[in-house]
Design a protein around this ligand. Sequence first.
Ligand code: ADP
Length: 273
Amino acid sequence: VQAALRGRRWQYEIRDRLVEQTFARAALQQADRRKDEFLATLSHELRNGLAPLVYNVAIGNRSLDNTPLLQELFARTGRQVHHLVRLVDDLLDVARISTGKIELSLERLNVLDIVNLALDACRAEVQRKRHRFVIVEECGTDLVVRGDRVRLTQVLSNLLSNAAKYMDAGGTITVRVAHDAGQAVVEVSDTGVGIPRESLHKVFDLFSQVRNQQAYSQGGLGIGLSLVKQLVEMQGGSVSAASDGPGRGSTFAVRLPVVEAAEPAAAAPVADG
Ligand code: ADP
């Protein structure tokens, strides 16, 4: 009888624990949903608030009677506003992804075209720090992948912009484009501050920043690489990070399935700038 009672008590305990766990999970899910809603509302409000600033800076920049001092002021303000817009846009994207509201428009894309679009987006940043930029094309063919033009450009420009950011002036950014086992590989390497081995695995986590790199981060939030990973994975690809350690540069690689690899129409382009 005692054994039967013990067995029954044990069953009740298990049932109570399961009920507790279910409630705790539901509470966590609700908190998570509210966090997503809060993030979405906050980033929308911030983005709306920034719109007049973007407009005013653009008008101010174009004003003919600007003195050199005013021009310098507008240029600096413009850079800060641009930085804030990018930060808030990244926040908006994080909110869109977590609420399943991001839509991709998939099409056939030439990988080198996307590399060049991304470089255009970061050119000012790369030039301001007098970095050298090199494209190494190792695939020997035109690589075509299926992806979203805007989002893939965003992915690569994010990596390029990080390379430019986490490097003292006058560094080198190398983009290697290769074809490996049915995948297009785009590697963005820099000669910058590098990443300690123990931090490599978490650089793609949301809000993750490597310690002792604050001097380079210029107020980032640790969102960009998390977005890069999610956007690439949504397009059937993968990302990875490598570094030989502090002071020895970093390499970020994006891999996407190739849908077509044709002989190139012209000689391999090499950009330097
Ligand atoms: P943010 O740059 O805004 O901090 P990211 O998500 O883009 O956020 O990057 C996360 C962290 O990874 C950065 O804070 C930085 O510590 C590290 N990191 C990213 N790119 C590089 C790079 N090219 N070289 C060295 N560290 C990097």
